[in-house]
Design a protein around this ligand. Structure first.
Ligand code: GLN
Length: 496
């Protein structure tokens, strides 16, 4: 089947638009009409920014006429709804911000627009990015384009569904413990979390500030690299932004893994994977070897404490960050006789159950008498996990492991919060250590009784700031294996 313009990669769209073979306005119209035809069946978007997108497209076409060179010319992007875009509704998937209009634009989004990208809409997510399936959104259901009876992953599930269903060429997600890598794995995409501090968090509504990082969801490694190149780099508006030169990645993609040592983690529990996924990952490691890499065994003895450590630190930070939603300054207010009851009523009505659970856990872990026993201890384990990675990277260049322990699951399959928390078993350790990591498609698995093959993601991670090597190696693997191209998404609607 021949590709329609919006099914092309972001790199191809930008090349066509730059060569003026198609205009940004035409790409934008085609994307908006495709969204009109299928998004009712997918539910990727909470807000479609038709007017803003058309305005941006006209500006891009004009800038090209004026001779500007734009790396993302006319590329439609889907923005997770926890990132601010001036004058647009920014909800975080929460009732408390359901009608809140952002007064400014997040740096990462602004840089992409400056590079010629077109913001098509704001995408659904788990409330305040807390979750792994999008089911914690208070504002709608998002379906997996490869099997609409299943979740798209989360918390950046709206962005991953949008890109998988060609409703955008690039999605922006945020990853605190896995929220870019897991939905990428579930939706047959590349999902990339840069080193903590590489991409500005200014305008990203904070969940857990020491972990949150913005990154791309894309259909190819090259597209993820182009997006990263356009948005990474120091921002004085973010106190945790790192002032250190960014090495361009899109121009440095590798074709072989010759000379690289790739670590396979001995301590990761692979029992939960089941035979099928286990075999897919073993084949992926062998393919890395065939591409020239030397496989070495590495050990991360404290990584198994990642999940409990994360579920103290992230809620502790969220309990503080979410204190600002009090009915006074942002969004929802439920009136009451006095200010104290107004706070209580607003927060009781505005936050969903998972957010409340985390605020309670975090407040408890930070309270006097428990701080040392829980929060401080978790911070110490976090340091141990980071040291484990440092030791491992003394003997290898990259680490390969699963991105998730299962493929996309059915709605309500993980209604017990603890089983949902375990979804991030493989992604949380890298987040706690601040490392760059990505998921790249590595095969397909058809679960028992299911008719539709579901994508599987391989996670690669690298030392701090080694984005160039990480994306370069992922490209070599993708180029050789081409797993992403094996199946197409299913739509109930019409293809544009
Ligand atoms: N699933 C994890 C959580 O619920 C990670 C979320 C994220 O990365 N934003 O906290």
């Amino acid at each position: 089947m021949s590709e329609t313009p919006i099914e092309r990669s972001a790199a191809a769209i930008a090349a066509e638009v730059r060569a003026r073979r198609i205009s940004a306005a035409e790409i934008t119209e085609a994307t908006l009409s495709h969204i009109g035809a299928i998004d009712a069946a997918i539910g990727a978007y909470l807000t479609v920014l038709s007017d803003e997108a058309r305005r941006c497209a006209a500006r891009v076409d004009e800038r090209l006429r004026n001779g500007e060179d734009l790396s993302l010319a006319g590329v439609p992007i889907a923005v997770k709804d926890n990132m601010c875009l001036e004058r647009s509704r920014t909800t975080c998937g929460s009732k408390i911000l359901e009608r809140w209009i952002a007064p400014y634009t997040a740096t990462a989004v602004a840089r992409l627009i400056d590079a010629g990208a077109i913001p098509i809409g704001k995408t659904n997510c788990d409330e305040f990015a807390m979750g792994s399936s999008c089911e914690n959104s208070a504002l709608g259901v998002t379906r997996n384009p490869y099997d609409p009876s299943r979740v798209p992953g989360g918390s950046s599930g709206g962005s991953s569904a949008a890109v998988a269903a060609y409703e955008a060429a690039i999605g922006l997600g945020s990853d605190t413990g896995g929220s870019i890598r897991e939905p990428a794995a579930f939706c047959n995409l590349v999902g990339f979390k840069p080193t903590y501090g590489r991409v500005s968090r200014y305008g990203l509504i904070a969940f857990a500030s020491s972990l949150d990082q913005i990154g791309p969801l894309a259909r190819t490694v090259q597209d993820a690299a182009l997006t990263y190149d356009a948005m990474a780099g120091f921002d004085p508006m973010d106190a945790t932004s790192i002032d250190r030169p960014v090495e361009p990645t899109a121009a440095a993609l590798l074709e072989s893994l010759q000379g690289l040592r790739i670590g396979i983690v001995r301590d990761f529990d692979t029992k939960a994977l089941g035979e099928d996924l286990d075999a897919i990952y073993l084949r992926a490691y062998r393919d890395l070897q065939k591409l020239g890499a030397e496989l070495v065994e590495v050990t991360l003895p404290t990584a198994e404490y990642g999940v409990p450590t994360y579920y103290l630190i992230a809620p502790a930070e969220c309990s503080s960050n979410l204190a600002r939603f009090d009915g006074v300054r942002y969004g929802l207010r439920i009136e009451a006789d006095d200010v104290r009851s107004m706070y209580d009523k607003t927060r009781a009505a505005g936050f969903g159950p998972e957010v409340k659970r985390r605020i309670l856990i975090g407040t408890y872990a930070l309270s006097s008498g428990y701080y040392d026993a829980y929060y401080l201890r978790a911070q110490k384990v976090r340091t141990l996990i980071a040291r484990d990675f440092e030791r491992a990277f003394a003997t290898c260049d990259l680490i390969a492991c699963p991105a998730a322990s299962c493929t996309a699951f059915e709605f309500a399959a993980k209604s017990d919060p603890y089983s949902m928390y375990l979804m991030d078993y493989y992604t949380i350790p890298m987040s706690l250590a601040g490392l760059p990591a990505l998921s790249v498609p590595c095969g397909w698995s058809t679960p028992d009784g299911g008719a539709l093959p579901l994508p599987v993601g391989l996670q690669l991670s690298a030392p701090l700031f080694a984005e160039k090597l990480l994306l370069g190696a992922a490209h070599a693997y993708e180029r050789e294996t081409r797993h992403a191209l094996a199946h197409r998404p299913v739509f109930e609607g019409v293809r544009a």
